[in-house]
Design a protein around this ligand. Structure first.
Ligand code: ZN
Length: 240
């Protein structure tokens, strides 16, 4: 089976449409969403509708949680806070309920999925190095787990110790465990502005990162026109 695994869409419709078309062209029949469907960009309804229409496993991201609730945003940076407030105003009650009811962790065919970490999935901490990854591995019950949240593709491998390396493509080896960040569809932060997601073939065990250009200008224009901070449009061009 060929899986398309994607997350951190952040209401970027142009990027979402491009990666889903690419996944279908590559023969993906199964989709998995790692959360943060909304937040930052201008098309929360459209992105929610598309993800819901896939009827695929979805886990909750921090933006999904905060957009769905009325809880305090004081620990967010000012840009993220503005984006979440804007998104809260946009979402309909049924959309907020759907987001609020998403699970934090899910398991599909002996593969675990989570937005942030397996050790503290509700704290929304970041896996930024081997030490962070080791804490997550300690709670990983499958050989393979996909995650997001940092918006930077990366693979951590646990054999005797944990190593981290950039993700391009790799064949999963038996006897090793993997914690793989698939990057971000709608707001990459690894210096590459193009949308990122992963194709995973469960037969060949090949994991392949895909990077795709999308209609960036249109996404930026919609952000500005919608009253979101223009800085959110500018950052997309830099992949930061
Ligand atoms: Zn995110």
């Amino acid at each position: 089976m060929r899986f398309a695994i994607f997350g951190d869409i952040h209401a970027n419709l142009e990027a979402l449409e491009v990666i889903l078309a690419d996944a279908r062209n590559l023969g993906a029949t199964n989709f998995i969403c790692l959360g943060d469907v909304v937040g930052y960009n201008a098309n929360p309804h459209e992105c929610l509708e598309i993800v819901q229409s896939l009827r695929c496993p979805v886990v909750k991201g921090n933006h999904d949680e905060y957009a769905a609730s009325d809880s305090s945003l004081e620990h967010f940076n000012p840009l993220a806070e503005l984006a979440i407030r804007w998104t809260r105003d946009q979402l309909e009650p049924r959309e907020r309920t759907w987001l609020a009811n998403l699970p934090l962790i899910s398991e599909i065919d002996q593969t675990t999925i989570v937005h942030a970490t397996l050790d503290e999935p509700a704290s929304w901490t970041y896996v930024l190095n081997q030490l962070d990854a080791a804490s997550s591995f300690a709670n990983q019950t499958t050989d393979l787990c996909f995650f997001g949240h940092t918006h930077a593709p990366r693979v951590y491998v646990q054999e005797d110790s944990v190593t981290g390396m950039p993700l391009d493509e790799l064949v999963l080896e038996h006897g090793k465990r993997y914690f793989i960040n698939v990057g971000s569809v709608g707001q990459p932060r690894d210096g590459d502005w193009r949308a990122a997601y992963v194709i995973f073939d469960s037969q060949t065990r090949l994991v392949k990162l895909r990077r795709l250009a999308y209609g960036l200008r249109k996404t930026q224009e919609k952000i500005v026109a919608s009253g979101l901070p223009p800085r959110l449009a500018e950052r997309l061009a830099f992949g930061k």
